[in-house]
Design a protein around this ligand. Sequence first.
Ligand SMILES: Nc1ncnc2c1ncn2[C@@H]1O[C@H](COP(=O)(O)OP(=O)(O)OP(=O)(O)O)[C@@H](O)[C@H]1O
Ligand SMILES: [Mg+2]
Length: 377
Amino acid sequence: MFSGLFKKKNSADSVVGIDIGSSAIKVVQLSEKRGRVVLDTYGALALGPYSGAEVGQATNLSSDKTASALSEILNEAKITAKNAAIAIPFGSTLMTIIELPAASEKHLKDIIPIEAKKYVPVPINEVSLDWSLIPRDKPEPDKSRGAVEDGKESSRGKKDQKNPAEKIEVLVVAIHNDVVGKFKQIIGGVGLQSDIFEVEIFSTLRAVMEPTSEPIMIMDVGAASTKLYIVERGNVESSHTINRGSQDITSTISRSLRLPIKEAEIIKRTKGLGFREDRELGGAIFLTLDHIFSEAGKVMRNYRSKSGQVLNKVILVGGGSGMKGFAEAASANLQVEVLSGDPFSKVEAPAFVSDLLKNTGPEFAGAVGVALRYFSE
Ligand SMILES: Nc1ncnc2c1ncn2[C@@H]1O[C@H](COP(=O)(O)OP(=O)(O)OP(=O)(O)O)[C@@H](O)[C@H]1O
Ligand SMILES: [Mg+2]
């Protein structure tokens, strides 16, 4: 599951983007060469076997075990960068939109921690906060949105509003310091240095969004859950988590076809929904997919009735969305255009691997996106 395909350069101007998901670690090394961001190498490693589970299953590993898994994939993928950028799992963060009087815009640094107290269920000094103004008028995808740097507050993404309305909306993200601490320990444990810790939602957004004013939904199909992000004019409008993911498809295949998890996983990955004649397999897969699509459909309808805008496009990321027939099934079910995220299109890579990168892209959106952040500073 790795490919050290590309030429290595020295590590001075390169970064490794790291996405530690519940079921797999993804790493992507990018370098800047003559003003261009180039893909050096990338790789993924399943975590299941580190906790006695199978490939494709979600885990909850200690920092030590995570560090040894990370070390293994850094070696396998021949990562040489010493700087790391880390995507923080969305599930360990709290995100909320706070409405404030326009007059408070100049004092956000003081006001946000006070306001955030109302939404954060732990003492405010136990979390790292970040925020960004939600622009009112112009579409403006923000590269640095939602970043938490080195556990400290940062207020990037602030913009001058030329025409201040009465109220402003601010997107606030809180991450518990223990979470940042755990990631620092893991990164330190493998000899990397990092001061970029970013909530995965923003990394993913950077990796797959094109400038567009129409609202879209990003669907991240992971192992244990499916995350939905509604993006309006380049900004996250809301997020939802569905407690089903691709490992549940493996479980239903295993139960319906009476196969061990390991074999069910292989069938899911090789056949998926690609064989129409295989009704039994399709039926097993749809036991999970129906739930995911019906929840996603509800989220889309709610958004429509709340905002008066229609979501016409869904972008897929996450390993689970790579299943054969997933995009077609999603499109038929949700009645919208469904595209697979193509994060590697944002970096330079040899043409002969472009098909491969298109196929593996959705799985690597978080890792590519957080690595790109390093060059956007
Ligand atoms: N080609 C494929 N076909 C079907 N399922 C796949 C394929 N490749 C990976 N998966 C499934 O995708 C899931 C892993 O996706 P991903 O790596 O995005 O999850 P994760 O980041 O570990 O999870 P999360 O983000 O929820 O913590 C696994 O359950 C795996 O079985
Ligand atoms: Mg993930």
